[in-house]
Design a protein around this ligand. Structure first.
Ligand code: 3PG
Length: 306
């Protein structure tokens, strides 16, 4: 059996070594396709593979058509919006993610971006502090919970909104649950986004939601660019010169954020919330174990397609 690690944005070497140990230890072959750039390279590499480990790499019907022997795809990470789940089901391919494995890395970056924002992008002027500020966590999953844990150390006053998470889970963490996204954005000067990209959440972070954030607002997006209505956020930032947007996800190529708001907007050059050796090791090795469990014992824990 052949397992392919197909990562256009490669894992740290130490994570690849760990994945190799698990896969080869189980008697399987490991192939590596990194920084492949052109989709044609991915299509060629999947032709004779039984299992694939990916990150944000797109697995669509064309890739599935080309992967005649494929049985399982594991997204080493949380969000699986890059995989066509329905097409995978039609092709008889199991899709899994590795929830929670990279969430501390994303949460640490989110807090780092908050500090960067309130310190005026380290431009030397007098900034503010996180202590005592109201933080709104939009979606209280694995990343949201880690953000709350770290924010507590900064002395922030923490609120969260998540339609799918019981209030008790939040209150047990000393986090105040609020009843709607609207309420969260109205109350909190700093909001950290952790919603998945789905048809329902697409462009849901819009002018109407953001306009009532308190003065000195900071929006931190380490989730997905698709959830932001970029045109409306630009409109809002043009109207509100106190509003800052920090993200680790490059906005659309034609967006004007950097040109228009060089002192209130920041993005990393690549999506990099989970780009740490630790997160790569956790998620990559979990993915390798899940593949071995599936191929050897039919274990379908963490399956996300039906
Ligand atoms: C995730 O969904 O797990 C994170 O967004 C990390 O994605 P990445 O593996 O592409 O860095």
């Amino acid at each position: 059996m052949k397992v392919l690690v197909a990562t256009d944005k490669p894992f740290a070497k130490v994570a690849v070594d760990g994945i190799r140990e698990v896969i080869e230890g189980a008697g399987f072959e490991l192939a590596l396709l990194e920084k492949y750039g052109d989709k044609a390279n991915l299509l060629a590499a999947v032709a004779d593979t039984d299992a694939i480990i990916i990150r944000s790499d797109v697995i669509d019907a064309e890739v599935l058509d080309a992967a005649k022997q494929l049985k399982i795809v594991v997204r080493a990470g949380a969000g699986y919006d890059n995989v066509d789940l329905a097409a995978a089901t039609v092709h008889g391919v199991c899709v899994m993610n590795t929830p929670g494995q990279n969430s501390n890395a994303v949460a640490e970056l989110a807090l780092g971006m908050m500090v960067y924002a309130v310190r005026n992008l380290y431009n030397g002027t007098s900034g503010g502090e996180l202590k005592g500020k109201k933080l709104g966590i939009h979606a209280y999953g694995n990343v949201g919970r880690n953000v709350a844990r770290i924010a507590k150390g900064f002395g922030m006053d923490i609120y969260a909104y998540d339609a799918y998470c019981p209030d008790e889970t939040m209150t047990a963490d000393d986090v105040t649950p609020v009843a709607s996204a609207k309420e969260l954005y109205e109350q909190c000067q700093i909001v950290s986004l952790h919603i998945p990209a789905t048809p329902e959440t697409k462009e849901s972070i819009n002018y109407a939601l953001l306009k009532d954030m308190p003065k000195g607002a900071v929006l931190v997006n380490t989730a997905r660019k698709e959830v932001i209505n970029e045109a409306e956020l630009i409109q809002l930032m043009e109207e509100r010169t106190d509003f800052k947007y920090m993200t680790d996800i490059m906005p659309a190529a034609n967006s004007k954020f950097l040109e228009l708001f060089p002192e209130r907007y920041f993005s990393t050059p690549k999506k990099m919330g989970a780009q740490t050796a630790e997160a790569n090791i956790n998620a990559g090795i979990a993915a390798a174990h899940q593949i071995v469990g599936f191929l050897k014992e039919g274990c379908e824990r963490f399956r996300v397609n039906v």
